[in-house]
Every structure is written in structure tokens, then in C-alpha cells.
Design a protein around this ligand. Sequence first.
Ligand code: ADQ
Length: 450
Amino acid sequence: MAKARGAAGAQGGLAGALNSALKEHGGIWFGWSGQESEDEAGSMNLQRSDGVTTATIDLPGRDIDEYYNGYANSTLWPLFHYRLDLTEYERETGKGYERVNERFAEAVVPLIEADDLVWVHDYHLIPLGGALRARGVSNRIGFFLHIPWPPTRLFVSLPFHERLVRTMLEYDLIGFQTSEWRDSFLHYCSKELNAEVDEDSGTVRFEGRSVIARTYPIGIDWDHFQTQGRTGESRNAHQRLLSSSRERTAMIGVDRLDYSKGLPERIDGIGRFFDQHPDRVRDLVFIQIAPPSREDVKSYQDIRLLLEQKTGQINGARSEVDLVPIRYVNRGYSHAELFGFYRGSKIGLVTPLRDGMNLVAKEYVAAQDPDDPGVLILSRFAGAAEQLNVNGQGAVMVNPYSPDDISDAISLALDMPLAERKARYEAMIATIRDDNVQSWTERFCTDLKA
Ligand code: ADQ
């Protein structure tokens, strides 16, 4: 018997992106099932559904605690999102992380055939490439980091930082979302490892090996998303949103409930807007969709409480019998429904404190009516800012730590004339449509093969 402990959920950006890539190219998706096994060595489950083959293994409770909730989500995730204050440095969980990566390598080796490309994803699996090499796998192996790479000064707070980066240098190709994260990685290699680094090509030479680090900004599955947007389910969601907000402008936020997404800071910004424009409380309704994630980790329980408190305070102070300014919803929706909600919202509020890319920003714009588009307010600290802040056009950029900045941006968006909304939309839409998840996969795999 296995019981669910929730891994890469349906609401994760990574899961959605990879599913699309595999449907297109075939291959096997290997990883943790999200289930807890009762015995030490969970067996492998092979399944085929919707054109995608998955090979997953269950993990014993201790591994889930040390590897997934521990090192991956209480050490690497906060550290890579610049949150030293939340980062736990426990040697035991570090050992669990390495142990599980070894176990994954052991399990996946028999599935790898001579000509296969091996593509490893994200911070949970950084040492997997090295563990595969140690087992004689000589295939091309690539790694993509979905989250930021922190500046060297922060990264060196990790005990054994060098050990982690040395395993990264076992890959042939390393992909980052933005040049900022890539440059931080190269800086570390040159500063701390004394590796020979060629910034232009991204080549790192170290102890006889050579690896290339490049940027591959991830995109959405444009065609699939547009198809979802044409369904009855999507139109229904759109209608529900419009009729429930009546004459008020709907502003939407959609995020996993995670401290990196800047949710309490966002609520503070909205509070500031209401303080500065009490006459406009009736003009706006803010809808925050935030399904809980990683609920076994304390910092996630804390952020949930904080958010409930903050929305409660504003709603208590600003509600009328016929009006609630913030609708805070703790559940997931299908992409069809999200499309409808985005389309019905004249403002999209995406204000992470730090984010590898942020696909919600791209989905919001992709769902807009080109003849009457809404306005995207975007944090300068989201990876997506590198693509969506186009010469001062595109998204309205904000500093998510500043409630005044968020308040000003909401004012600007509420009153923005149609011509400017269209110009900003036009500045973003081509890259969102063309630099999609298919072209991202294509670019990475072509470079990995080369
Ligand atoms: P995430 O941190 O999960 O991804 P994001 O890129 O925004 O963040 O992707 C979230 C995805 O989940 C979107 O496709 C969104 O539609 C979906 N989602 C969010 N809330 C939902 C809800 N309530 N119901 C249904 N679906 C919901 C990580 C990194 C990001 C990076 C992605 C992809 O943290 O920086 O962009 O991987 O690389």
C-alpha cells in the first residue's frame, strides 16, 4: 500500500510543461510518484496514459521527510529564492538528498538505452547526473533548473556548496531560465572553483571536463491553452467571473501558496491602494486563487496563516453588506477555467519576490482579448521580466516589496486607456506565442544532442 504525500502536483509549472514536451517527443518520465511506500525500497511503477509513459517509484517516509520536505524544500528552495532567513542547514537531510538521488540513479539506469538523451529537471535532482555517470552512463545528459540560481554570496552559505556544483559539472548542458541566473552560476564557477569560464559561449572547463551553461526561458503550451480557452468550461468560468464582479473591475492573482510568490506583500499593496483611494474600493474586486502546496513544511503553514490574517483584516475593514474587496480561494482550477478567469480580469497581478520564470504571467497575457486586453502588473524579480518588460512597454513593472509601488501600478492599470493597453499587449504577445514550451524543448534538446 502506498499513500499520497503530494509531490509535483497538477498546479506546478514544471509538471504541466513536461507533460506537453513528452506528448510531443515521446520518452519516459521518471521520478518520485508522490506516494509513500511502507518498505524501504519502493518498487517501480510503469504506466502509460495520454501518450506519456511514466516510471515512478514510491519513497519511504524517512526519505520524503529528509529529501523532499527537508533538503529540497527547506534548504534548496528557500536558499535559491534568496530566503536565507527560511533556509535550514541540516547535515542529515543533506545525506537523505544524496541517498535518494543515488536510489533514483540505480532505478533509472536499466531504462536508459544507448542513444537516449537524458534530461534531468530541477533542484530535487541536481546530483542525479553525477550518480548516473558513476554507474557508467555515457549518454548526453542535460539539466534544467526551473528556479533561480542565487548570487555567489548567498549560495556559499550552503555547507557542501562545492560538492553540489561539482556534481552539476558532470552534465553536458545546463539550462537556466534567464541570463541573470546563468551569470550567477558562472560567477560561482569562476570565483569559488577557479574553473575556466567563457561567458559568451557559457562554457565551463573544470578538471578536464567541459560543460555548457545557457539560457532557455520556458514558455507555455500556447496551442493547448488556446484550445482550452475555446471550451464551454472556459466560457462558463469567464461568465461566472463577469457576472459576480458586476460593474467592478476584476483583478486576479493565481499562484501556488508559496512564500516566493509575494502574496502577503501583494495584499499589503492592495491595502495601500484602498488606503490611498478609499473612493475606489467599489471599483475593484481582487480574486486571489492560491491552492496550498508543500503543506508538511512549516514555512508553508506559516505563510498560509499570515495570508488568511491579512485578507481577513482588509475584508473586515473594507467590506460592505453588498461588497467584499478580496476573494481568497484555496483551490486549484483546470486550465480551461483559469483561461476564463484571466480573460474576465482586466488586471493580472503577478508579484513574486523571486521566481525562476513564472508561467502565470504568460498565461494571463495569452488569455486576453486582443481588441480589449487587460494589463499585466509584473514583479521585476520574476524571470519573466527579462522577456515581458519590453523597452518600458509590455508589463507594468513593480518592486513587489513596495506597497506604494503596487498601489501606483493598480491605479495606472485601472485607468489605462485602450490604446496603451493594446500597445503593451502587442509588445508581449509574440514572444509568449512563439517562445512556447515546444520551442523551449526543441532548443534544449537540439543543443543537448549537438
Ligand atoms: P511554479 O512555482 O509552480 O513553477 P509557475 O511558473 O507560475 O510557478 O507555474 C504555475 C503553473 O501552475 C501554471 O501553469 C498555473 O496555471 C498553474 N496553477 C497555479 N495555480 C493554479 C490553480 N489554482 N489551479 C490550477 N492551476 C494552477 C516552477 C518555477 C517557476 C517556473 C516553472 C516552470 O517556480 O518559476 O516558471 O516552474 O519552469
